[in-house]
Each structure stands twice: as structure tokens, then as C-alpha cells.
Design a protein around this ligand. Sequence first.
Ligand SMILES: [Zn+2]
Length: 567
Amino acid sequence: MAPKWVGRRLAPAAALLLLAVGGGCGTPPDPPRRTAAAQPAAPKPLPDVSRRLAAYQPVQLQPDLASLDRGERVVLRHLVRAARHIDEIFWRQVSPDNIRLRDWLAQSADPASRHAYEFFQINYGCYDRMHQHTPFLGDAAKPRGANFYPTDMTRAEFEEWIAAHPADATAFRSRTTVIRRSGGGLEAVPYSREFRALLEPAAAELRLAAAAAANPSLRRFLELRADALLTDAYDASELAWLDLADTRIEPALGPYEVYEDRLFHAKAAFEAFVTVRLPGPTDQVAMYSRHLPELYRRLPAPRGARLPPWQRGAPIVVADAVETAGDARAGIQTSAFNLPLDGRIRSERGAKVVMLRNIMAAKFRHNIRPILERLLAADELRHVGFDAFFHFILFHELSHSLSPNQHALDAAWSVLGASGPPIEEAQADVLGVWGLLRLSDAGVVPLGRRELMTAYLANMLRGARFGTFSPHGQGNLIEFNYLRAHGAIWLDDATGRYGVDPARLPAAVEELARELIRLELALDRPAADAFVQRYMIIPPELQRALAGLLDIPADIRPEFAPVPPLD
Ligand SMILES: [Zn+2]
């Protein structure tokens, strides 16, 4: 979906002036002045924008919707429309000046700006998500708190305000408020107010979708979610989402992940996934979740650690994406998600994993297989397959449910700060491969140990390409360096190719799992920071290996086929 051009259209000259006054990306420009003297130049895109753009392979995705009945297709059409409003909200969450800059780029005629505009759409703004959110247009740094807080507000100012106004604490720390300056102080504004103009049409589309839905659980979720968008009370609809049953249509839409807020990891970014369930593969993998309690009992925890009691497994849905929007669509494409995030709901009702098979298959084909052909030793390459990779991602998602802090992740991250997300993501990987190896031995997972270990290595190398910019990539680097230091991953100096040592990997994985669980349970920020700083690096050997991959697209840029017309 191409984001819409909204807001007022400016004549090119006027737009140039507007931006020039603001000094570039991320700074709201002042109104135009009559004299253009002494104004800085308009923001220029970096010269390598075209190369950066080539990192995203355009892929047409055409999920098979032929088996859906007329009513289901009506539902899908309304959901796609709702997703477009959600998309527009995310644009506004990224930076204060985003929409104005988008309008300006949209009408720029020269080729360099065309590429910049395309890249801008991929990144939902002028900050390169594959390069630590650094600007590729203009030179202003991205505010750590995106547009969730005043761009000049510090953590200290936020904390001091709450200390002085304890009654504001809940609203200020809420996942669904933005913080704004007001009357010389700070104010928490609920999302339902801040984004009313877009939430109302989104809710209306959800109600139309609900009216067309034959499945009662889907109808209920859509109605409750429409209410939630306008009231910020999401709990009932989160529960209804977990209760979706016997429906081909599996939508998730609302404020979810908190990664866009790099100041506090507290504010939720809007996103949408419109998907259709694949019943066969869903049945096939659903049985894995029955093994989670047993895996939790045998978790490689540090000696003497007291794990909270096992709560509940995560149901798994395998689906094809029909449309994605907002946070899910920005930069690197999400290929699986595990929701809801609310710790209390997770502890009472558990979570659900949705795997986006068509997105994963496209990534495997265009981004992963080609890099493995260059980075893996010949012997290792024989064990590469999509099935094992699919299982690895599946178990990564399932393993978030095995995290000992799963029921209090928000609280844990507020203590662990920036080290929280990479530790959690590394832990999900490590417990994922640990669980897979056990279930392979037990004959539950129909894949051999060797293929699974290769899939694990493949995922680390894939993630390392993204460097330290995302929690997943950060986690991958921690694992890679730890396992390399423990001899579980080897490098052939002559060829520069990697392989795993199948005799050492399982024990090293258990040891790393124990270390990560210890860090999550201890809630000791200095210890967590020290561990992350030690291992979250790109060593020169890996840097050399990654440098040889520049011509291979690092991700995909999906273009979804429209939902077929109703007959
Ligand atoms: Zn994860």
C-alpha cells in the first residue's frame, strides 16, 4: 500500500522555503518569510540513497483468497481500509514534522528526490531504520522519544514532573498517551484524543467489517476494538483477540510495540496486520504449544533460581499477510508477532503467536538464502532449508512465553533500560533453539538436529546484517559473539565462511540461556549493561564477512495485491 498524501499541497518553491527555514529533517519549519536571505539550504538526501533503497527487494505478495466467501472478502476490504488510517497514525508518531516533509518530497520532481521519497516511505520518515535511525535527509538526529514526547524533553524532566505530580504518574507512564507541553508544564494526552481524526474513521471501518462478519468471535473482537480505539480501554478487545476461533480472518490492529519509543520503551506504536489463517499449517504447529509447560519445567535456569509458576502456553496461528500498516510496515518487515504485550493479560490469559508465512518465505528466498550461499561453509550449506528456518522463527516467538519475566516484562524493562530488549530477544532465540533440539530428539519436531543448528546460525548471520539497530539484531550479535567465544561457531579463515560445531553448540546454548535468564531475573542493570556491552559488538571478522553482502537485498518491500472484487 502506498501511503496517501495528506495535508495541504504546497507549490514546490514554497515547500522548499518552508523546509529550509526549519533546517531539515525532524525540525518543524516556521511559516514562510518574505525575505529568503540567510536561510539554510533545503535538506539534501545522502548521495547513497539509491543504494540504500536497493536494500529492499520489492516483492508482490498475492495471498490465496479464492477460498474466502463473499462475506469474508467484505470484511477484508474494510480491514484494509482501517489499516490505512492506522498507517497514517504511525506516520504522525514517528516525528513531529513527518507529514509536512512527506508532502514536500511527494511533489519533488528531480530523480534524487524521487529515490529519497521512496526510501522515506519505507522508513516512515527521514531516518534510516537499518542504520540506527540516522537521517538520510537533512542532518537532525531523530528524537529518542520519537513524537511521543516533546522533542526537547529529557528523561530527567519527565521523572521530575512525576515526582512533583504523583497523581499524573499513571497517565504519564501509560502506553497510550503522548506527552505534550502545556502552559509551561507537561501534559499526558490520550491517543483517543491526539489521533481522533484518524481513529474515528478506522473504528467506523472496523464496525462495517464486524457487521459483515459471520463468525461471532471475529465480530466481537472487531466491535470491541472499534470501541477501544475511541476510549483507550484495550483490555476487553485484547481478550477477544485471544478468543478468535474458527475464523479464516485474523486481524490485529492497534497500538502495540514500544520499540519506536527509544526514550522509555513505554509508548505503543500503531500498526495493523490483516491476515488470513492457513488451517492446515496452523493445526500442524498448534500441537507444539502443548509441549511448552514441559519445556518450562526443564528450563536451563541458574542454580537456586526461583521461576514463577508456568501460566499458559501460546496458541499459534500460521497466516498469510493480506495487508500490513504502520509500525509493522516500517523498515524491516515483521514476519511473526506475539501479542498482546500487556503483562497482566499475558499472565491471566497468555499470548498468541501469528506467523506470517508468505512474508517469511519471501524473505528466505530474497534475503536469507543468498547470504547463506556466501557466508556458510559448503558442508553447512547442505543443511539449509526453509522448513527449519520457519521452525526456528516459530520457536523464537513461542519462547517469549518461556521468558521467566513474561508476566512482568514492562516492569523488567523499566529497570533494565536499553539492555532489556536485546536480552529478551537473545533469550527468545536461545530458548527457541534449545527447545527445538529437545523436541527433535523426542520426535515431536520432524527435523534433524543438524538442520536446526544451521537454521539457528543462519538467523544470527541474517540478524547481524542489521547491526545494533534493532533489539532482534542486538540479540543476534550477543548470541553470535558468545557462541563464537565458546567455540560453538567456527570460521574458516581461508574462505571466510562460518559453520557450527554440532558437538559444542548445545552445551554453549544452555550456558548462554542460563546467563540470560539470570540477568532477567536479577534485574541488575549494571550487570545487564556490562553483559550487553561485552557481546553486542560487530567484530572485524564479521564486519569483513558482512561487507561482502552489500549487493544482496537485506529485506523485502512487500506490495500486497488488492483484495479481489466481490462477484
Ligand atoms: Zn522476539
